[in-house]
Write a protein that binds this ligand. Structure first.
Ligand SMILES: *[C@@H]1O[C@H](CO)[C@@H](O)[C@H](O)[C@H]1NC(C)=O
Ligand SMILES: *[C@@H]1O[C@H](CO)[C@@H](O)[C@H](O)[C@H]1NC(C)=O
Ligand SMILES: *[C@@H]1O[C@H](CO)[C@@H](O)[C@H](O)[C@H]1NC(C)=O
Ligand SMILES: *[C@@H]1O[C@H](CO)[C@@H](O)[C@H](O)[C@H]1NC(C)=O
Ligand SMILES: CC(=O)N[C@H]1CO[C@H](CO)[C@@H](O)[C@@H]1O
Ligand SMILES: [Zn+2]
Length: 942
């Protein structure tokens, strides 16, 4: 799936200073092991072993028996839901009935059958030997703990030898509005006729990854237990039922009422978490020249043409993948559906991909370039999963990165087919976020051991920036190491050898190793099995080169070296060179012993490491940037800033060097350096915007951005945009920073455009709306706020709604912010999936910060109760509302919350709490040590 509610769209777009950089993965991470063991290395303390979770004869690792192997299921589901309430005798109901037969093979004599069930009422359980009618006497126990085991004890026993059995169950379940399992959600359908009232509509849909298939029917709910699924859905008239395969529908009568039965073709052999069921009265459009490739959405959205962009690019991306991977798309059909309320950006269900509306629909009239890129990258990610994940699946969740890193990495190739060149932006979108989370003590290696990941919440926590973005970055590094061509050849072998099967990371390595003589195992094991990443330090006086784990909070880093391919250039312009560093060092490398030249390492950031230098080399690079920045490659102009700021945060570099690296931006017009600079200055803003240092910071930023603002001013004033998409993003940066830091002509421009909008002509280019709405609301009054709130309620375009929802958080009026906070817990005002990001927007506003924190603290037990289930990330909520925390009293409040937490209320909010406490402690220390320096530096620049 895509990364979830945790990473909000705007954040991923990285739109400047107002947009706080996303480190929400930071608190979603598993705080399990400080240190991970690499193979055969004796240096590291042993991994802590977990206590067994359940007693006695059941498996202690929460895993099913490996000798009961499902072959196929027949599942009948009957939701008693109406899509619309159109007459006075139908009562809406929120439950479903169902039955299921699973045929499985038994490979070992056994008295027990173990599978999964969760939140279902079982009404019957029968076991038969396949092909016979003979019932085996049995009784069952449901384990109401985190194992979700359904244990069936037989009076007799199952014989081994591959004998087949049928397990039949009947069950009932409720349809909650909880965005997990099979759930219900509602939306409003605007009446076609102005006179008539808008109508409420209902739909049922599913989100089963990672462990919620067991909430729909009893099943062997592990990714390696692949089977064939024969699905039947019985539903009310006026509803279309969709599932992974093609369906055929006919009407029938049950208890005197009319029902429809939709029977779906057998799926290919697949994992349970990839099943999907949707019941709605949506419309669809077909993709030109793609048989059975429809896109479903609300009637209005289809009628308005919002699915057309997706229709245009889906087939192109798919064909690109078929050619790259050397394998055809494996199913007969591919539907994509846009859901009004969905907990993650998108989910790659095989043949029926689900999206949030803003991840699939695009409105040419109101959509920004970034919205469009967003849709293209989401589609490219989910389509890549149809091979990586769906056709070839990780054996267990501990190697989730085999799914997600590949989908993320390949999406950069996929979007090329839709005319998006995003390869350079990889450094902003993947590498920098991954660097953030992977520089914490609580990070985790890409590949964990199977037994380290057992419970559902442990699995959910793996959907973080390490798994997605570090994984993708390491693949990019590997591809550069062994050449792109050899890499793709190996990948084709991998997909072909393991199609319809499950893999571990070594399977991948073996396939890749066939294509190169380099020692991949030696190289990759240091990146895959170890937590963290190195900082390379180069001392140009002596040529001494060394590596060390990079941690924000220096401390117990591990001692194991990585194999680092160091690419570099020097100011003598002698071209790109590379050398492999295997040892911790320092080693004395002649090539880095320099007199007058500078050296720059990790060209284009192909390696997943940071670089530090002696101060002299930093100063030479600084001078080069100010004199002629084009000597430094574009990506490195951004990465130098990111490295320097983070080295300074980690107490490895004087903070004034980092700050001085932003000075060349005064002449810079490229997006990557600016975006890197703004993201990092953001941290300074958060640390100091409540202190006297802020005055100087804001003046400096105003000065810095004036040139950039003027560079785009002609476009901005004419309500147009430059051609190149990174220029467009930088135009947004310019406006965002200039307005936020009080450049008068920016505020005038924003206010005047907003007035036009209020007076009925929306002249604001979609790209600029988010920032202009926000600036105008910040400068405006209650009336403006009410206007935007009205617009928010009226518009049905999700991407436009997001912009308005964001703008509402920009007001400086405390009482409006408080009212807005109250709205966030009222799903009729702020839909559930938007709760976390809305509160986080408010917290980002310096005026909203204390309000949001008090609100979250005050409602904590209600929030955990109402929103704690499913995959909505309370961790990212805690992360968001405490980003600014850098004071002793705030630390104390966090600790108080931790003390107040009920012991039972474990789960990941508890871990998140630990993480933000760790971060707050680090911030307090950092601010104390650096405040004076920072203040002096900024004052010196005025
Ligand atoms: C599912 O359908 C396939 C044929 O399409 C059949 O072979 C299999 O037995 C069915 N499974 C069950 C449990 O009915
Ligand atoms: C499963 O439920 C459906 C619908 O209620 C019913 O028609 C079918 O007979 C049931 N299957 C079995 C094996 O009882
Ligand atoms: C398993 O198969 C072997 C040989 O096919 C046979 O000797 C043995 O009795 C079988 N055992 C059971 C439990 O069916
Ligand atoms: C399941 O059983 C519980 C307890 O008996 C009951 O409250 C609930 O309504 C049942 N759910 C369904 C869908 O039947
Ligand atoms: C539209 C409709 O179905 N109306 C019905 C409402 O209920 C009354 C009696 O309960 C029926 O007579 C109507 O036909
Ligand atoms: Zn994914």
């Amino acid at each position: 799936m895509a990364k979830g509610t945790c990473i909000s769209k705007a954040v991923a777009g990285g739109i400047g200073v107002i947009t706080v950089s996303s480190v929400c993965g930071l608190v979603m991470m598993v705080v399990m092991f400080q240190v991970e063991i690499a193979r055969n290395r004796p240096l590291v303390p042993p991994r802590p072993t977990k206590p067994p979770v359940i007693p006695t004869d059941l498996p202690t690792n929460l895993r099913l028996y490996d000798y009961l192997i499902p072959e196929s299921y027949k599942v009948v589901l009957q939701p008693y839901l109406y899509a619309a309430i159109t007459n006075n005798y139908t009562n809406q109901s929120f439950f479903f009935k169902g039955n299921s037969t699973v045929r499985f093979k038994c490979m070992k004599v056994s008295k027990t059958i173990l599978l999964h069930v969760h939140n279902l009422n079982l009404t019957n359980v029968e076991v038969r030997k396949s092909g016979t009618n003979e019932k085996l006497e049995s009784r069952y126990t449901i384990h109401y703990n985190e194992s979700n085991f359904l244990e069936i004890q037989l009076n007799g026993q199952l014989s081994g030898n591959g004998t087949y059995y049928d397990l039949f169950t009947t069950f009932e379940g409720e349809l909650f509005e909880d965005l997990a399992g099979l759930y219900v959600s509602r939306y409003t359908e605007k009446s076609k006729d102005e006179e008539e009232e808008d109508e409420e509509r209902f739909l049922a849909t599913s989100m089963l990854q990672p462990t919620d298939a067991r909430r729909v029917f009893p099943c062997f709910d592990e990714p390696a237990l692949k089977a064939v699924f024969n699905i039947t859905i019985i539903h009310r008239p006026g509803i279309t039922a969709l599932s992974n395969e093609m369906g055929a529908s006919g009407s029938t009568e049950i208890d005197g009422e009319e029902w429809f039965v939709t029977t779906f073709d057998s799926t290919p052999i697949m994992s349970t978490y990839l099943l999907a069921f949707t019941l709605a009265n949506f419309e669809y459009i077909s993709i030109p020249s793609g048989a059975n490739m429809d896109i479903y959405a609300r009637r209005e959205a289809i009628a308005a043409g919002h699915a057309e962009y997706a229709a245009e690019i889906t087939r192109k991306i798919l064909i690109r993948y078929e050619n790259e991977f050397g394998l055809k798309y494996p199913l007969k059909k591919l539907y994509q559906i846009a859901l009004p309320d969905f907990s993650v950006e998108a989910m790659e269900n095989w043949g029926l991909i689900s999206y949030q509306e803003s991840s699939l629909l695009f409105d040419e009239d109101t959509g920004s370039t970034f919205d469009k890129e967003w849709v293209a990258t989401r589609i490219a990610h989910e389509l890549a999963h149809q091979w990586f994940g769906n056709l070839v699946t990780m054996r267990w969740w501990n190697e989730l990165w085999l799914n997600e890193a590949f989908a993320t990495y390949m999406s950069y190739t996929g979007v090329e087919a839709a005319d998006w060149d995003l390869k350079d932006l990889f450094v902003l979108r993947e590498i920098q976020p991954a660097f953030q989370v992977d520089s914490l003590n609580s990070s985790h290696p890409l590949s964990l051991h199977e037994n380290d990941i057992q419970t559902s919440s442990e699995i959910i926590e793996l959907f973080d920036d390490v798994t997605y973005s570090k994984g993708a970055a390491v693949l990019r590094m590997l591809s550069a190491f062994m050449t792109d061509e050899a890499f793709m050849k190996g990948i084709r072998i991998y997909l072909n050898n393991f199609k319809n099967n499950n893999t571990v990371y070594n399977d991948l390595l073996e396939c890749l190793q066939k294509e190169t003589n380099l020692d991949l195992e030696g190289f990759m094991s240091t990146w895959i099995e170890q937590v963290g990443y190195p900082v390379i330090t180069i001392i140009t006086q002596t040529g001494e080169t060394s590596q060390e784990q990079f941690l924000l909070k220096p401390g117990v880093g591990h001692n194991i070296p990585w194999q680092v391919q160091i690419t570099y250039i020097k100011s003598d312009d002698s071209g790109l060179k590379r050398d492999l560093l295997r040892e911790k060092g320092p080693v004395r490398w002649q090539q880095f012993q320099l007199k007058d030249q500078w050296v720059l390492a990790n060209i284009n950031c192909t390696g997943f490491y940071r670089v530090n230098y002696d101060e002299e080399n930093w100063n030479k690079l600084l001078m080069q940037l100010e004199k002629n920045r084009h000597m430094i490659p574009l990506i490195n102009r951004g990465q130098l800033i990111d490295d320097a700021f983070n080295l300074a945060r980690a107490h490895r570099l004087n903070v004034t060097i980092a700050l001085s690296l932003t000075k060349f931006l005064v002449n810079e017009t490229e997006y990557i350096p600016w975006e890197s600079g703004l993201k990092n200055l953001d941290h300074f803003i958060l640390m100091f915007d409540r202190s006297e240092v802020y005055g100087a910071i804001t003046k400096y930023l105003r000065k810095l951005v004036t040139g950039l603002y003027e560079h785009f001013e002609e476009y901005t004033n004419n309500a147009t945009i430059p051609e190149d998409h990174t220029d467009q993003y930088n135009q947004v940066n310019a406006i965002s920073v200039a307005c936020a830091h009080g450049l008068p002509k920016c505020i005038e421009m924003a206010t005047s455009l907003f007035m036009d909008y209020k007076n009925g002509t929306n002249m604001i280019h979609p790209n600029l709306r988010r920032e202009i709405y926000c600036s105008a609301i910040a400068a405006g009054d209650e009336d403006d706020w009410e206007f935007v709130w009205e617009e928010y309620q009226m518009t049905t375009v999700a991407a436009e709604k997001d912009k308005l929802r964001y703008a509402l958080s920009c007001t400086k009026e405390i009482w409006l912010l408080n009212r807005y906070l109250e709205y966030t817990l009222d799903p009729s005002k702020i839909i559930k999936m938007d709760m976390v990001s809305t509160i986080n927007y408010i917290a980002k506003n310096v005026a909203g910060q204390p309000l949001a924190w008090d609100f979250v603290r005050g409602k904590w037990s209600y929030i955990t109760q109402e929103y704690g289930a499913g995959i909505i990330s309370l961790g990212s909520l805690l992360d968001g509302v405490t980003k600014r925390f850098s004071r002793d009293v705030e630390l104390e409040e966090l600790k108080q919350l931790q003390r107040d937490q009920d012991k039972n209320e474990q789960g990941f909010a508890a871990r998140a709490l630990e993480q933000v406490i760790e971060r707050t402690e680090a911030n307090i220390k950092w601010v104390n040590e650096n405040k004076q320096n920072v203040k002096d530096w900024f004052n010196g620049e005025l």
